[in-house]
Design a protein around this ligand. Structure first.
Ligand code: PLP
Length: 412
């Protein structure tokens, strides 16, 4: 059997929606993007939703929106995809990395310890779709002592009066926090709609705005729409309407808008997400847990507790008492069965570029520890029961093979 890791969900509804876009003769930003933004607004209960062409673009836009640049610091977890730190570097600021907790989320106490007068934002990452401890992170940014350290440089920073809290929700669309959509927790929550994510537009993303007083989220929505389109006061769709050719450039914008042909894919998916696609992911999570729970090597991933429930984006399997190279051998065995697995994530300080600018993995011991024993298993709606059983058999046998190997070594 050959089982891929995370193919996109493409059914007839997706194909129909894309075909509809093609037949309407309007393929870049227009009515499909607007419809997707409305679906996301309703689904997350946010105050505004801005679709863009990737998570990375959304993050750069929000950091720039807040006026973050040279000399500023942004706190991020060491355990994430590179984009979480690259967006900060692209703004000229410094990513200050901190270690994670055993559930893979950023450690709020380490965040607090790393805050300086230069700290302008925190990007918390919902790894595997599990929301971070937002209660604690909000307490930290609102703590009078921490607020007293905040030195505003832009008018938006002055209006905020504290550190900006951003959620890297690339994995966590559909996750909940205290029973409500987790996307309501931060000032800005950014989804990724890259091809491997729970909802995809091939490439894309969305900024969910929940800015506090005195911000007007509608005003900021309008600003961000222009910001994503060169700062141009009329988009191509508006210009296509009759004698409406005249436009102006109001400020130095980016080109980060989402095209309609991409939005169409996500639109057809999100309509099926809460009642079909998300429950199917949860089912697979439960089947894995059920199958592995009798093994003493199994460390179950936290996907639900009293305050939060994940979006089941990944199944981060962890195996007790193994080294990084033993983990790699287990993966080799699983791959021999025809099952593609992954590791989420190689901590950023282990990557060549981040090493070259001075990050060292020894400063993030728990990130390394979690990485060294982690194997992400396939989890997506199209997986059949037979395939899930096959993956379970492949994992059990591959871990067993390693234990036999290790047992033999002990005997010799
Ligand atoms: C995928 C991913 C991103 C980047 O998303 P893009 O849409 O590709 O820019 C950022 N953070 C995390 C944790 C991711 O997994």
């Amino acid at each position: 059997m050959n089982i891929s890791f995370s193919p996109p969900f493409i059914d007839q509804a997706v194909i129909d929606e894309v075909m509809d876009t093609l037949r309407n003769n309007w393929i870049t930003s227009g009515p499909k993007v607007k419809a997707l933004e409305t679906e996301l607004l309703n689904f997350t209960g946010s105050k505004a939703t801005v679709c863009v062409n990737s998570w990375t673009s959304g993050a750069i836009m929000m950091l720039k929106w807040f006026g973050i640049g040279d000399g500023d610091e942004v706190i991020v977890p060491a355990y994430s995809y590179c984009a979480t730190a690259l967006c900060v570097l692209h703004c000229g600021a410094t990513p200050v990395m901190v270690d994670i907790l055993d559930d893979f989320t950023i450690d709020p106490e380490l965040v607090r310890a790393k805050i300086t007068a230069k700290t302008k934002a925190i990007i918390a990452v919902d790894i595997a779709g599990l929301p971070c401890n937002y209660n604690r992170l909000k307490e930290v940014v609102n703590d009078p002592e921490i607020k007293g350290m905040f030195v505003p440089f832009s008018s938006r920073q002055a209006d905020m009066g504290r550190i900006l809290l951003i959620a890297d929700a690339a994995h966590s669309i559909g996750a909940t926090y205290k029973g409500a959509p987790a996307a309501q927790q931060c000032d800005a929550t950014i989804f990724s709609f890259h091809a491997v994510k729970n909802i995809t537009t091939a490439e894309g993303g969305c900024i969910c705005l929940n800015l506090p007083e005195p911000f007007d989220n509608q005003v900021e929505y309008s600003f961000l729409k222009l910001f994503s389109l060169n700062g141009q006061n009329k988009d191509a769709f508006a210009k296509s309407m009759g004698a409406n050719w005249k436009y102006d450039i109001l400020f130095k914008g980016f080109k980060m808008n989402m095209p309609d042909i991409c939005a169409a894919i996500g639109l057809a998916q999100i309509r099926q997400y809460p009642n079909k696609l998300l429950p199917l992911r949860k089912n697979i999570y439960q089947r894995y847990c059920e199958a592995f729970k009798s093994f003493d090597w199994f460390i179950p991933p936290t996907m639900k507790d009293d305050t939060r429930e994940a979006s089941y984006h990944l199944f981060p399997l962890r195996i007790k008492n193994i080294t990084e190279s033993e983990r790699d051998r287990i993966i080799e065995n699983i791959v021999k069965w025809g099952v593609v697995v992954n590791v989420h994530f190689i901590p950023m300080p282990m990557l060549t570029y981040f090493k070259s600018i001075g990050y060292v993995i020894e400063n993030y011991p728990n990130s390394y520890k979690q990485y060294a024993c982690e194997i992400s298993l396939p989890i997506y709606p199209q997986l059949s029961e037979l395939e899930v059983d096959f993956i379970i058999a492949a994992v059990e046998s591959s871990v067993q093979a390693l234990n036999v190997e290790k047992g033999l070594k002990v005997l010799i």
